[in-house]
Design a protein around this ligand. Structure first.
Ligand code: FPP
Length: 257
């Protein structure tokens, strides 16, 4: 399991070898930079999203090959509705195109689709594409390809608090019995079970912020910020991010690994 690292100080490509026993189980990616990638090429922003969709295909396959258990991709946030209508419409059509063409390959790679977010607010066609993909891949037991679609972490936490408050009001739960696990179990990542918290969060395009993504779940995640825009992200760059992760010392608040 190796790749070439190109951006080291010597300027010479360096061969990197991953530790197969320390592959992050849950990798979450903030796929940023589609618009800038397009603008640099004098293309409309949506051309960046289209190319970004192709990158999703490449990285899904690469992540599955690496043995990653859950790949969460931030595809559309609860704040992205503020973008121009044409762009929003295009982004809503992408899952339709993606699943129309890619589900057979997902199945042949044993990849199961999951979607987290306020999906009931998506256009009906998008909802159907998503529901069909979930259904068609439900027997796959390899990697979970988890799309965050109309997802926002503050909204997610707010919904969880409302649900927990209701349980208290109905006498099913005592306030003193509310634990961190209670909260986790009300979040949209709960169906991911033991893999609900990302081990590593990657953000492309050089921006270094979280943008309302998995705020509760990233308490002990490692962060890898990378300069390339999402449409130019590659399997080699994913390997590089995993390599970087493998050289971090995770202490979870303690003193040793
Ligand atoms: C951020 O780039 C990207 C998005 C808001 C959309 C991400 C969506 C995809 C990569 C395609 C998803 C594919 C499927 C199958 C759902 P930006 O537009 O904010 O880039 P900028 O910061 O350069 O403007």
């Amino acid at each position: 399991m190796f790749s070439w690292l190109n951006n080291n100080q010597s300027g010479e490509p360096e061969k990197i070898e991953l530790d197969p026993n320390n592959i992050p189980a849950h990798v979450a990616i903030i796929m940023d930079g589609n618009g800038r990638w397009a603008q640099k090429r004098h293309l409309p922003r949506v051309a960046g999203h289209k190319q970004g969709m192709e990158t999703v295909k490449t990285i899904t396959k690469a992540a599955s090959d690496l043995g990653i258990k859950v790949l969460t991709l931030y595809a559309f946030s609860t704040e992205n509705w503020k973008r121009p209508t044409d762009e929003v419409n295009y982004l809503m059509k992408l899952p339709v195109d993606f699943f129309d063409t890619f589900v057979p390959e997902l199945i042949s790679n044993n990849v199961r689709v999951n979607v987290m977010g306020y999906t009931d607010q998506l256009p009906k066609k998008t909802q159907k594409a998503v529901a069909d993909a979930i259904e068609d891949t439900k027997d796959c037991d390899g990697m979970v390809l988890n799309f965050a679609l109309n997802y926002g972490s503050r909204a997610e936490i707010t919904t969880a608090v409302q649900e927990i408050a209701q349980s208290v009001q109905q006498g099913q739960l005592k306030p003193e019995d509310i634990s961190a696990d209670t909260i986790s179990s009300h979040l949209m990542t709960a169906p991911l079970g033991q893999y609900q918290d990302p081990d590593v969060v990657i953000r492309t395009s050089g921006e270094e912020r979280i943008s309302n993504f998995l705020l509760w779940q990233i308490a002990y995640s490692e962060f890898v910020f990378m300069a390339p825009h999402w449409p130019e992200f590659t399997a080699e760059l994913l390997t590089e991010a995993v390599y970087e992760y493998q050289h971090r010392k995770r202490r979870f608040g303690g003193l040793t690994k």
